[in-house]
Design a protein around this ligand. Structure first.
Ligand SMILES: C[S@@+](CC[C@H](N)C(=O)[O-])C[C@H]1O[C@@H](n2cnc3c(N)ncnc32)[C@H](O)[C@@H]1O
Length: 245
Protein backbone atom coordinates (compact mmCIF):
# COMPACT_ATOMS: atom_id res chain seq x y z
CA UNK A 1 0.00 0.00 0.00
CA UNK A 2 1.45 3.41 -1.01
CA UNK A 3 1.74 5.99 1.82
CA UNK A 4 0.12 9.06 0.21
CA UNK A 5 1.76 11.51 2.65
CA UNK A 6 5.22 10.21 1.81
CA UNK A 7 4.42 9.96 -1.94
CA UNK A 8 3.31 13.63 -1.98
CA UNK A 9 6.29 14.80 0.10
CA UNK A 10 8.18 15.55 -3.14
CA UNK A 11 5.60 18.04 -4.42
CA UNK A 12 7.38 21.04 -2.92
CA UNK A 13 11.03 20.20 -3.40
CA UNK A 14 12.91 20.73 -6.61
CA UNK A 15 16.21 22.54 -6.48
CA UNK A 16 17.30 20.90 -3.19
CA UNK A 17 16.39 17.51 -4.59
CA UNK A 18 18.40 18.13 -7.74
CA UNK A 19 21.39 19.50 -5.87
CA UNK A 20 21.74 16.81 -3.23
CA UNK A 21 20.37 13.55 -4.64
CA UNK A 22 22.71 11.15 -6.45
CA UNK A 23 22.50 10.63 -10.18
CA UNK A 24 22.66 7.30 -12.00
CA UNK A 25 25.66 5.61 -13.65
CA UNK A 26 25.82 5.28 -17.45
CA UNK A 27 25.98 1.48 -17.06
CA UNK A 28 22.50 1.52 -15.51
CA UNK A 29 21.05 3.12 -18.66
CA UNK A 30 23.04 0.71 -20.85
CA UNK A 31 21.39 -2.19 -19.02
CA UNK A 32 17.97 -0.95 -20.23
CA UNK A 33 18.73 0.50 -23.69
CA UNK A 34 21.51 -1.23 -25.60
CA UNK A 35 20.81 0.43 -29.00
CA UNK A 36 19.27 3.84 -29.74
CA UNK A 37 15.46 3.92 -29.89
CA UNK A 38 12.89 6.29 -31.38
CA UNK A 39 11.03 7.32 -28.19
CA UNK A 40 11.69 6.89 -24.47
CA UNK A 41 9.52 8.01 -21.54
CA UNK A 42 10.85 8.65 -18.01
CA UNK A 43 7.99 8.27 -15.53
CA UNK A 44 8.17 9.97 -12.10
CA UNK A 45 11.06 11.83 -13.72
CA UNK A 46 11.61 14.30 -10.85
CA UNK A 47 14.24 16.84 -11.80
CA UNK A 48 15.56 14.64 -14.63
CA UNK A 49 18.41 12.84 -12.90
CA UNK A 50 17.77 9.71 -14.95
CA UNK A 51 16.03 11.46 -17.87
CA UNK A 52 19.39 12.97 -18.85
CA UNK A 53 20.73 9.45 -19.44
CA UNK A 54 18.01 8.94 -22.08
CA UNK A 55 18.89 11.98 -24.17
CA UNK A 56 21.70 10.29 -26.12
CA UNK A 57 19.71 7.06 -26.44
CA UNK A 58 16.36 8.21 -27.92
CA UNK A 59 15.36 10.70 -30.65
CA UNK A 60 12.32 11.73 -28.60
CA UNK A 61 12.54 11.85 -24.79
CA UNK A 62 9.42 12.47 -22.70
CA UNK A 63 9.33 13.18 -18.95
CA UNK A 64 6.14 12.72 -16.89
CA UNK A 65 6.08 13.90 -13.27
CA UNK A 66 3.32 15.08 -10.86
CA UNK A 67 5.37 17.83 -9.17
CA UNK A 68 5.47 21.17 -11.01
CA UNK A 69 8.50 22.19 -8.94
CA UNK A 70 10.46 19.11 -9.92
CA UNK A 71 9.48 19.59 -13.59
CA UNK A 72 10.56 23.26 -13.52
CA UNK A 73 14.10 22.15 -12.67
CA UNK A 74 13.98 19.40 -15.32
CA UNK A 75 12.82 21.89 -17.99
CA UNK A 76 15.64 24.30 -17.22
CA UNK A 77 18.26 21.53 -17.34
CA UNK A 78 16.86 19.58 -20.30
CA UNK A 79 14.99 22.01 -22.58
CA UNK A 80 14.86 19.52 -25.49
CA UNK A 81 12.93 16.98 -23.41
CA UNK A 82 9.13 16.97 -23.86
CA UNK A 83 7.68 17.26 -20.35
CA UNK A 84 4.19 16.77 -18.93
CA UNK A 85 2.60 17.01 -15.51
CA UNK A 86 1.02 13.62 -14.95
CA UNK A 87 1.08 10.41 -12.99
CA UNK A 88 1.88 6.77 -13.65
CA UNK A 89 -1.79 5.94 -13.18
CA UNK A 90 -2.80 8.44 -15.90
CA UNK A 91 0.06 8.93 -18.34
CA UNK A 92 -0.65 11.86 -20.70
CA UNK A 93 0.85 10.09 -23.74
CA UNK A 94 -0.79 8.30 -26.71
CA UNK A 95 -1.24 4.52 -26.97
CA UNK A 96 1.72 2.52 -28.35
CA UNK A 97 3.86 5.64 -28.75
CA UNK A 98 7.10 4.85 -26.87
CA UNK A 99 9.69 2.09 -27.18
CA UNK A 100 10.97 2.31 -23.61
CA UNK A 101 9.55 3.44 -20.25
CA UNK A 102 11.97 4.03 -17.38
CA UNK A 103 11.12 4.58 -13.71
CA UNK A 104 14.00 5.69 -11.48
CA UNK A 105 13.53 5.63 -7.72
CA UNK A 106 9.76 6.01 -8.08
CA UNK A 107 7.98 2.72 -8.91
CA UNK A 108 7.32 2.03 -5.20
CA UNK A 109 5.16 5.19 -5.11
CA UNK A 110 2.85 3.97 -7.88
CA UNK A 111 -0.49 2.23 -7.51
CA UNK A 112 0.96 -0.85 -9.17
CA UNK A 113 -1.96 -2.41 -11.11
CA UNK A 114 -3.26 0.77 -12.82
CA UNK A 115 0.32 2.01 -13.36
CA UNK A 116 1.33 -1.24 -15.08
CA UNK A 117 -1.78 -1.07 -17.28
CA UNK A 118 -0.94 2.51 -18.27
CA UNK A 119 2.73 1.72 -18.96
CA UNK A 120 1.61 -1.25 -21.08
CA UNK A 121 -0.80 1.04 -22.99
CA UNK A 122 1.82 3.65 -23.94
CA UNK A 123 4.51 1.09 -24.88
CA UNK A 124 4.74 -0.36 -28.39
CA UNK A 125 4.15 -4.15 -28.48
CA UNK A 126 7.22 -5.85 -27.02
CA UNK A 127 8.45 -2.52 -25.60
CA UNK A 128 10.85 -2.29 -22.66
CA UNK A 129 10.20 -1.24 -19.04
CA UNK A 130 13.25 -0.43 -16.90
CA UNK A 131 12.96 0.08 -13.12
CA UNK A 132 15.91 1.51 -11.18
CA UNK A 133 16.77 2.14 -7.56
CA UNK A 134 19.92 3.49 -5.96
CA UNK A 135 20.51 2.02 -2.54
CA UNK A 136 23.15 1.75 0.11
CA UNK A 137 25.99 -0.72 -0.22
CA UNK A 138 25.61 -3.33 2.54
CA UNK A 139 29.35 -3.13 3.24
CA UNK A 140 29.14 0.57 4.17
CA UNK A 141 28.15 0.37 7.86
CA UNK A 142 27.69 4.12 8.49
CA UNK A 143 25.48 4.69 5.40
CA UNK A 144 23.44 1.61 6.28
CA UNK A 145 22.97 2.92 9.82
CA UNK A 146 21.77 6.28 8.41
CA UNK A 147 19.33 4.43 6.14
CA UNK A 148 17.87 2.74 9.21
CA UNK A 149 17.26 6.20 10.72
CA UNK A 150 15.28 7.19 7.62
CA UNK A 151 13.56 3.85 7.05
CA UNK A 152 13.32 2.07 10.44
CA UNK A 153 10.65 -0.31 9.13
CA UNK A 154 12.88 -1.67 6.36
CA UNK A 155 14.37 -4.98 7.46
CA UNK A 156 18.06 -5.87 7.62
CA UNK A 157 17.69 -8.26 4.71
CA UNK A 158 15.93 -5.76 2.43
CA UNK A 159 17.65 -2.44 3.01
CA UNK A 160 16.53 -0.94 -0.29
CA UNK A 161 13.20 0.85 -0.58
CA UNK A 162 12.69 -0.87 -3.93
CA UNK A 163 9.62 -3.00 -4.46
CA UNK A 164 10.34 -4.66 -7.79
CA UNK A 165 8.85 -8.08 -8.22
CA UNK A 166 9.74 -10.69 -10.77
CA UNK A 167 6.16 -10.57 -11.96
CA UNK A 168 4.34 -7.45 -13.09
CA UNK A 169 0.94 -7.69 -14.77
CA UNK A 170 1.34 -7.48 -18.57
CA UNK A 171 5.15 -7.83 -18.46
CA UNK A 172 7.76 -10.56 -18.71
CA UNK A 173 10.81 -10.23 -16.46
CA UNK A 174 14.03 -10.08 -18.53
CA UNK A 175 17.00 -9.32 -16.27
CA UNK A 176 18.28 -7.82 -13.04
CA UNK A 177 21.61 -5.94 -13.13
CA UNK A 178 23.46 -4.55 -10.12
CA UNK A 179 25.79 -1.64 -10.86
CA UNK A 180 28.30 -0.75 -8.10
CA UNK A 181 29.72 2.78 -8.11
CA UNK A 182 30.98 5.40 -5.71
CA UNK A 183 30.73 9.14 -5.25
CA UNK A 184 32.83 11.64 -3.31
CA UNK A 185 30.51 13.65 -1.07
CA UNK A 186 30.99 16.31 1.57
CA UNK A 187 29.59 15.69 5.05
CA UNK A 188 27.38 18.79 4.65
CA UNK A 189 25.93 17.54 1.35
CA UNK A 190 25.42 14.03 2.75
CA UNK A 191 23.33 15.49 5.60
CA UNK A 192 21.49 17.85 3.22
CA UNK A 193 20.68 14.82 1.02
CA UNK A 194 18.78 13.20 3.89
CA UNK A 195 16.60 16.31 4.10
CA UNK A 196 15.32 15.49 0.57
CA UNK A 197 14.27 11.95 1.56
CA UNK A 198 10.51 11.36 1.98
CA UNK A 199 10.58 10.37 5.68
CA UNK A 200 12.55 13.54 6.57
CA UNK A 201 10.33 15.72 4.34
CA UNK A 202 7.16 14.35 5.91
CA UNK A 203 8.44 14.51 9.54
CA UNK A 204 7.56 17.24 12.05
CA UNK A 205 10.33 19.79 12.73
CA UNK A 206 11.20 18.07 16.03
CA UNK A 207 11.27 14.61 14.50
CA UNK A 208 13.36 15.84 11.56
CA UNK A 209 15.86 17.48 13.96
CA UNK A 210 16.05 14.22 15.94
CA UNK A 211 16.78 12.23 12.76
CA UNK A 212 19.46 14.72 11.60
CA UNK A 213 21.10 14.56 15.06
CA UNK A 214 21.12 10.76 14.80
CA UNK A 215 22.79 10.92 11.35
CA UNK A 216 25.42 13.33 12.78
CA UNK A 217 26.02 10.98 15.71
CA UNK A 218 26.59 8.05 13.31
CA UNK A 219 29.05 10.11 11.21
CA UNK A 220 30.91 11.24 14.34
CA UNK A 221 31.25 7.67 15.60
CA UNK A 222 32.33 5.75 12.48
CA UNK A 223 36.10 5.61 11.81
CA UNK A 224 35.49 6.12 8.05
CA UNK A 225 33.68 9.44 8.58
CA UNK A 226 34.63 10.81 12.03
CA UNK A 227 36.36 14.18 11.81
CA UNK A 228 36.20 14.23 7.98
CA UNK A 229 34.63 16.92 5.81
CA UNK A 230 34.47 14.62 2.76
CA UNK A 231 34.19 10.88 2.22
CA UNK A 232 33.58 8.20 -0.44
CA UNK A 233 30.02 6.94 -0.50
CA UNK A 234 29.58 3.55 -2.21
CA UNK A 235 26.29 3.10 -4.08
CA UNK A 236 24.49 0.23 -5.74
CA UNK A 237 22.06 0.83 -8.59
CA UNK A 238 19.60 -2.03 -9.07
CA UNK A 239 18.15 -2.23 -12.59
CA UNK A 240 15.18 -4.48 -13.42
CA UNK A 241 14.25 -4.90 -17.09
CA UNK A 242 10.86 -6.17 -18.31
CA UNK A 243 9.35 -6.70 -21.76
CA UNK A 244 5.70 -5.91 -22.52
CA UNK A 245 4.09 -9.31 -23.11
C1 LIG B 1 12.46 9.75 -5.27
S1 LIG B 1 11.79 10.74 -6.54
C2 LIG B 1 12.66 10.16 -8.00
C3 LIG B 1 12.75 11.21 -9.08
C4 LIG B 1 13.66 10.87 -10.25
N1 LIG B 1 13.14 9.76 -11.01
C5 LIG B 1 15.07 10.56 -9.76
O1 LIG B 1 15.48 9.40 -9.82
O2 LIG B 1 15.75 11.48 -9.33
C6 LIG B 1 10.20 10.03 -6.76
C7 LIG B 1 9.38 10.76 -7.78
O3 LIG B 1 8.17 10.04 -8.03
C8 LIG B 1 7.15 11.00 -8.22
N2 LIG B 1 5.85 10.33 -8.00
C9 LIG B 1 5.24 10.07 -6.82
N3 LIG B 1 4.06 9.44 -7.06
C10 LIG B 1 3.95 9.32 -8.40
C11 LIG B 1 2.94 8.77 -9.28
N4 LIG B 1 1.86 8.20 -8.79
N5 LIG B 1 3.16 8.84 -10.62
C12 LIG B 1 4.29 9.39 -11.12
N6 LIG B 1 5.26 9.93 -10.35
C13 LIG B 1 5.10 9.89 -9.00
C14 LIG B 1 7.49 12.09 -7.22
O4 LIG B 1 6.83 13.32 -7.51
C15 LIG B 1 9.00 12.16 -7.34
O5 LIG B 1 9.42 13.08 -8.31
Amino acid sequence: MVDETLAKSFLNVGEEYDRYRPGFPVAAADAIISAAVEAALDLGAGTGKFTERLVSRASRVIAVEPSEQMLAVLRSKLPAVESHVGTAEGIPVADASVDVVTVAQAFHWFDRAPACAEIRRVLVPGGTLGLLWNHSDARCTWDRACHRVAHPAVSETDETTSSAADELPGFTFVAHTEVAWSERITRADYIARWLTVSSFLAASDDECARMVAEVERILDADPDTAGRDEFDLPQITDVYVYRAS
